[in-house]
Design a protein around this ligand. Structure first.
Ligand code: ADP
Ligand code: ADP
Length: 228
């Protein structure tokens, strides 16, 4: 099992009361699978994903990713885990505006031991010809391609995408999805994605429906074979 989450709980203080945002989550994802988290706004999707990615910490429960007990890591180890094993893609790309496309990727590739390089990942996302452009010169879809290139250049085992198509139109969303599927196939990257888009859920191996901090439904799509 690549991702193995059990009895995960997380609360945040809100004023004088403490709100339980995750109420004992259990979920599993096999290596090379694509998993999708669906659910209404505020149901805890980002919190769950951030804990799996080592951006946030849980209060109790276990999070195991590729054999690593993420919940047991001290702060330094947690940073190492995040740097070495996890790529992040966000809704609003989070590219550095003052750096070119190529430089945005080199910021990551320069501190990584990965065999992948900037030109290779830019070619993979079909953005090699925009290497010397700045993010503001690109369309939204193009910026998301660059942010995917930046996330995969360290060849992470796990790619976490928080509404990667949330700011894109229908056709651009489809091309970003195809790209994520190609990354999954080509590099064997396990992908966990938050989305509101039913078409995305249809291409996932597993879909987890979250409501008020609980998984209320899990669907396994038998027709989709995980990448070799
Ligand atoms: P979703 O991604 O499903 O929209 P989130 O995980 O972002 O949900 O948030 C779930 C709940 O936790 C929300 O009520 C949100 O306000 C609360 N929350 C998230 N992060 C924090 C935080 N850092 N401090 C306090 N409350 C938070
Ligand atoms: P998309 O179909 O992906 O939404 P757009 O219609 O936004 O693309 O952009 C089409 C082309 O114009 C893209 O190749 C992009 O690089 C270029 N472009 C868009 N905005 C700018 C800009 N402000 N400066 C320079 N080039 C731009």
């Amino acid at each position: 099992m690549f991702i193995d989450v059990s009895n995960l709980k997380k609360s945040y203080p809100s004023g004088v009361v403490i709100t339980e945002v995750l109420k004992g989550i259990g979920m599993k994802l096999e290596k090379r699978e694509i998993g999708v988290i669906l659910g209404p706004s505020g149901s805890g999707k980002s919190t769950l994903m951030n804990i799996i990615g080592g951006i946030d910490r849980c209060d109790s429960g276990r999070v195991i990713v590729d054999g690593i007990e993420v919940n047991d890591l001290n702060d330094d180890r947690l940073i190492d885990y995040r740097r070495e094993h996890v790529g992040f893609v966000f809704q609003f790309y989070n590219l550095v505006p003052d750096l070119t496309v190529g430089e945005n990727i080199e910021v990551v590739s320069n501190i990584s031991k990965s065999p992948l390089n900037t030109d290779e990942v830019l070619t993979a996302v079909e953005m090699r010809d925009k290497k010397y452009r700045f993010p503001r010169e690109l369309s939204g879809g193009e910026q998301q391609r660059v942010s995917i290139a930046r996330a995969i250049v360290k060849n992470p085992k796990l790619l976490l995408c928080d509404e990667p198509t949330g700011a894109l139109d229908y056709d651009t969303s489809r091309s970003i999805l195809r790209l994520l599927q190609q990354v999954n196939q080509k590099y064997g990257t396990t992908i966990l994605m938050i989305t509101h888009n039913a078409a995305i859920a249809a291409m996932a191996n597993r879909v987890f429906k979250l409501r008020s901090g609980e998984i209320v439904e899990e669907t396994v799509n038998q027709t989709i074979v995980p990448a070799e």
